[in-house]
Design a protein around this ligand. Structure first.
Ligand code: PEP
Ligand code: MN
Length: 342
């Protein structure tokens, strides 16, 4: 339930109202801005008599939130959320480009790729150190050594880094090295991991599970937020359908749905969505055209020899071209896409 207060409400009156609501066993989030005082009520709001609340002299409007998610809901937080990553902003009309290899493989590999993607215009460097592989016999990642190499790549290029935490056991270690913690598609409903992410001080990139609905996706974000961390960027990375020509089916309508339903930024991963390097650039352009806040693209200096996902990785020179073309699309649609929530 959301309560919008009258502009004339004083701080004292607002605090009094919050205290009264809390006595009903509900949690109250003060979600307002300077222009609008908004209270979000979380818990069993059936206890509240709406007509009674509407009659309160400080209350302008009472709204029931239809969606099962509240903290992630746009109704609760009308303005777009913006994540600040070392001076770079994700969301709020800014186009974020995350690039790097699927896995960190060696010092030379990650430092070379980091320098290329930086030169091409990427804002954030990706690279997996703990890898969720379908086969236990496939390369599992370098673990902490990979994290150290990512940090070195950051020092060399100045690019903030993102890497995946696969379990609650490796979570703190990953958080101590990275700027953004990725929760992968396979873990989207790993609720203990989501709760752990909710206690993190760093932003989380939550990838959509391959069989998850949009509502389930947002409920997973809600888990993280309900545990205390509202710095979240969502990532659509394709879903499983009957189609098997592509690795997954990129569900671009998710961007529109998420923008309607939520204030959280959302980016697209066209690499895992298609599984084919030559589809990555066109799908990146489409992602930007539909209003995504950014893209995450796999780049490898030697895709034929990559230890994971070489088939969907772009060579640095192709990535350079991609940055130019998505930049043109972004400029072309600037006045058309406006999801500022006002
Ligand atoms: C990744 O981004 O490295 C990854 C494993 O992706 P996903 O979780 O979307 O499969
Ligand atoms: Mn990959």
């Amino acid at each position: 339930m959301i309560i919008i207060l009258k502009r004339t409400t004083t701080q004292e009156e607002k605090n009094q109202l919050i205290e009264n609501i809390k006595t009903m066993g509900l949690t109250v989030k003060d979600a307002g801005s300077e222009e609008r005082m908004v209270l979000g009520l979380i818990g069993d709001t059936a206890k509240i008599d709406i007509t009674h609340m509407q009659a309160h002299h400080n209350v302008e409007k009472v709204m029931k939130v239809q969606e099962p998610f509240k903290l992630a809901s746009r109704a609760f937080h009308p303005k777009n959320s913006i994540l600040k990553i070392e001076g770079h902003e994700i969301g709020g009309g800014n186009l974020t480009i995350i690039a790097g290899p699927c896995s960190v493989e060696s010092r030379e590999q990650i430092l070379t790729i980091a320098q290329s993607v930086k030169a091409a215009g990427a804002h954030i460097l990706r690279g997996g150190a703990f890898k969720p592989r379908t086969s236990p016999y496939s390369f599992q990642g370098l673990g902490e050594k990979g994290l150290k190499l990512l940090k070195e790549a950051k020092e060399l290029t100045g690019l903030p880094i993102i890497t995946e935490a696969m379990s609650t056991e490796d979570f703190d270690l990953v958080e101590s090295y990275t700027d953004i913690i990725q929760i992968g598609a396979r873990n989207m409903q790993n609720f203990s991991l989501l709760k752990k992410a909710g206690k993190a001080k760093k932003p989380i990139m939550l990838k959509r599970g391959m069989s998850a609905t949009i509502e389930e996706f947002l409920m997973s974000a809600e888990y993280i937020m309900a545990s205390g961390n509202s710095q979240i960027v969502l990532c659509e990375r394709g879903i499983r359908t009957f189609e098997n020509y592509t690795r997954n089916t990129l569900d671009l309508a998710t961007v529109i749905a998420v923008k309607e339903l939520s204030h959280l930024p959302i980016i697209i991963d066209p690499s895992h969505a298609t599984g084919k390097w030559h589809m990555v650039e066109p799908m990146s352009r489409a992602a930007v055209a539909v209003g995504a806040d950014g893209i995450m693209v796999e780049v490898h200096n030697n895709p034929e020899k990559a230890l994971s996902d070489g088939q969907q990785s772009l060579k640095p020179e192709r990535f350079e071209k991609l940055v130019v073309s998505v930049g043109k699309v972004s400029d072309a649609i600037k006045d058309m896409v406006n999801y500022n929530g006002n």
